[in-house]
Design a protein around this ligand. Structure first.
Ligand code: SAM
Length: 282
């Protein structure tokens, strides 16, 4: 058994590392360091990391999650944007020869070097200010991730996992559920971080749909979805006027999709939106 007090994620050790390097959490980069070892182990468990897996980590910070990933996985590639953290990571992760820290903005990174790897997982405590752009970057990379396990703001996790008809259901739910299954694995209080953020968090598990088939005109589908939620209290007919001037055409398309004209966007599931997009482009 390893001595948990020596792990980077131990609160006292984290404080000592920050002090040694004269570091403070940089708000500009969304830095809040996890100092709860139960949660750190919980993330690795939720991702089901095995010795076969290659992990893409986004934002290793001072390496608390990276260390546990290095212990459980075959290989870890960790992208960190902050110059100041690079020498710290080189130092604290020196016992692990299966970690590559890459000093780069994840949103500008070319992830093609990961292509073809059959045991690829994303595990990360994300910088919250760019959660959605990171998720879209990963999904649009067309790389086959077996799963994506990420710490995000609780409200965002709830929106991503929301089902049709619920108050959290909307464009983000549909954008992610278009390609992935989504489930909250763990709720995380703000006290698990140093410094504590002013929001609660959740660990979200995403894994690819088995039967994913791309919709013919994805851009139009998401234009329809976005317009349908533009004003939540408005009827679908009125929201669709943002993208189609012909009200009669909108009404015919809604009726043909199987709904009455009093319907709101939140009542349509992804298949309904696909039919609606087809009917609107007829
Ligand atoms: N993984 C660490 C932990 O759990 O304690 C730190 C997580 S902290 C919430 C987010 C990390 O993402 C920070 O280290 C921050 O510098 C890094 N980061 C922010 N923007 C980034 C970007 N565009 N590309 C890569 N890393 C980024």
């Amino acid at each position: 058994m390893q001595n948990e007090n020596l792990l980077i994620g131990n609160f006292t050790r984290t404080r000592a590392i920050l002090e040694k390097y004269g570091l403070r959490a940089n708000k500009r980069f969304g830095q809040n360091f996890l100092t709860d070892l139960n949660i750190l182990h919980g993330i690795v468990d939720a991702a089901g990391v095995t010795k076969e897996d290659t992990i893409l980590e986004i934002g290793p910070g001072i390496g608390s999650l990276t260390e546990l990933l290095a212990q459980s996985a075959k290989k870890v590639f960790a992208f960190e944007i902050d110059d100041k953290l690079i020498p710290v990571l080189a130092d604290v992760l020196s016992p692990y020869d299966n970690v590559d820290v890459i000093h780069e903005d994840i949103l500008k990174a070319d992830l093609n070097f990961l292509r073809g790897n059959k045991h690829l997982k994303v595990v990360a405590n994300l910088p919250y200010y760019i959660t959605t752009p990171i998720l879209l970057h990963l999904m649009n990379s067309d790389i086959d991730f077996k799963s994506i396990t990420i710490m995000v703001q609780k409200e965002v996790a709830q929106r991503i996992q929301a089902s049709v008809g619920s108050k959290d259901y909307g464009t983000l739910s549909l954008a992610i559920q278009y390609k992935m299954n989504a489930k909250i694995a763990l709720n995380v209080p703000r006290t698990a971080f140093f410094p504590s953020p002013n929001v609660d968090s959740a660990v979200l598990n995403l894994w690819p749909l088995e039967d994913f088939t791309p919709f013919e005109d994805e851009d139009f589908l998401f234009k329809v979805i976005k317009a349908s939620f533009a004003h939540r209290r408005k009827l679908l007919t009125n929201n669709l006027l943002f993208i189609e001037k012909d009200k009669n055409k909108i009404e015919q398309a809604i009726l043909k999709t199987g709904f009455n004209l009093n319907i709101r966007g939140e009542k349509l599931n992804l298949d309904d939106f696909k039919h609606l997009a087809d009917n609107l482009s007829d």
